[in-house]
Design a protein around this ligand. Sequence first.
Ligand code: PGA
Length: 251
Amino acid sequence: MTTSRRQLIAGNWKMYTARAEAVRLAERIAGFDTTFADVLICPPFPWLIPVADALRGSPVQLGAQDVWPGANGAFTGGVSTAMLSELVTHVIVGHSERRQVVGENNELVRAKLGAVLSAGLTPILCVGESLATRESGDAESFVRGQLISALSECSPDERERCVVAYEPIWAIGTGRAASAADAESMATAIRTELNLMQAGAGESIRILYGGSVTPANAVETLAQPNVDGALVGGASLHADAFGAIVAAARH
Ligand code: PGA
């Protein structure tokens, strides 16, 4: 099946890389062939500027891993969209590591998403269920709830500017990726929910899969008609592996 949605392969470096390593990695990724997919990397905050320098002239895009809502203000440690918008095009919002470890709730995720959209940036909204939720058979309704909470107050135009990443918590960093069939099935459920929220929105919004994506499983997962790319953690720290995942994008 063909689709007009161009795939997006995004690398989330999390709290990894030293400065020299980050620049070296970005220099390699800057040379990737982006004919068939958009490529995005999200380094740690302090490396955004050196990585932006390394990417200059390359079609590879730069994103942030998180943001604090609001343009500026008395918030120690916060990084605002106003600070990021000179540097990045995308911002990851609601990653499960922040929801689970830092305790971010749906309300904060919604505020972050709104701030990113207001700044004219593209949010990558992460959703995904825990193992217990999956085993109880409630994964789809749980993910639907996260989507509704984050997106129901957006304007139609804003909603269409979002990217959604389905990242089952049990698959992140575990080496246990969701099967291509499970990724496709949840991506389809997400698309259906987006279309219910706004007729047609589900057809244009890109839905990524994330969780232990490797060159070995990327080919089958990225061949699924409703999977429009990948959010890659561990494998994005290795230029060869990340390059192989980019090369696996739908042609
Ligand atoms: P992983 O991380 O590829 O290392 O599982 C994915 C993510 O958390 O975005």
